[in-house]
Write a protein that binds this ligand. Structure first.
Ligand code: UP5
Ligand code: MG
Length: 215
């Protein structure tokens, strides 16, 4: 498997860092609505949505050499090694042709976070954090019905535990840097998006204002 800074990663990073892309991390517990809201953000604000979980599931389907390992980890709700996920994210970013990305469901632990920073030299613009009580997330996941192998009560409980133990510290880290935008995700989908819109609109206004000042 090699290390996180092996040759393909460095090469991919060369062209990525030149582009200086805007990255927003979209984080929140399993079933908090990350994917649902990312779709809305793409339609309104022109970002490319990269779900780390979707990329990993596509990797399993493609029959890649890491497929079985990834499948086993997802079944157990465990976090796939950073190296694998970061390579998939870098490739998707390069292939998209866009320079604005929503990275959904990553970084999931401190190691993910640090490795992404080292390998890509990218710092997120901000972190969108969907906060939702576990009972509500559990209800949503159990009624999602999309055939995901990790949407069973046993795996869901493991995913919740990993989120609390490993992913919340990442959010706390960004909180300490003033980068977290927290959203109440227990509300209906449209109301959650109203709150999301305010954040992305404020960001666009800031960019426009900056451009005017420069001109
Ligand atoms: N729904 C959404 N919003 C709603 C609302 N406001 N009110 C009522 N219902 C709402 O939503 C889930 C369901 O709820 C849907 O049916 C939706 O209609 C409804 P969704 O938008 O899909 O929620 P999301 O937060 O995206 O839930 P998801 O299950 O995708 O989150 P996870 O973080 O658990 O899953 P992910 O795909 O990111 O990761 C899966 C696994 O991959 C991980 O457990 C891990 O094993 C692995 N992984 C890694 O190892 N590394 C990574 O970097 C990423 C993943
Ligand atoms: Mg999702």
């Amino acid at each position: 498997m090699g290390t996180v800074v092996d040759a393909p990663n460095r090469e991919a990073n060369g062209s990525l860092s030149e582009k200086k892309p805007t990255v927003v991390f979209v984080l929140g517990g399993p079933g908090s609505g990350k994917g649902t809201q990312c779709e809305n953000i793409v339609n309104h604000f022109g970002y490319t949505h990269l779900s780390a979980g979707d990329l990993l599931r596509a990797e399993i389907k493609s029959g890649s050499e890491n497929g079985t390992m990834i499948q086993n980890m997802i079944k157990e709700g465990k976090i796939v090694p950073s190296e694998v996920t970061i390579k998939l994210l870098q490739k998707a970013m390069l292939e998209s042709g866009n320079d604005k990305f929503l990275i959904d469901g990553f970084p999931r632990n401190e190691e993910n976070r640090a490795a992404f920073e080292v390998v890509t030299q990218i710092e997120p613009e901000f972190v969108l954090f969907f906060y939702c009580p576990e009972e509500e997330m559990e209800k949503r996941l159990l009624s999602r019905n999309q055939g995901r192998e990790d949407d069973n009560i046993e795996t869901i409980r493991k995913r919740f535990k990993v989120f609390l133990e490993s992913s919340l510290p990442v959010i706390q880290y960004y909180e300490s840097k003033g980068k977290v935008r927290k959203i109440d995700a227990a509300k209906p989908i449209a109301e959650v998006f109203d709150a999301v819109k305010v954040i992305f609109t404020a960001k666009d206004e800031k960019v426009k204002h900056h451009a005017c000042v420069i001109l």
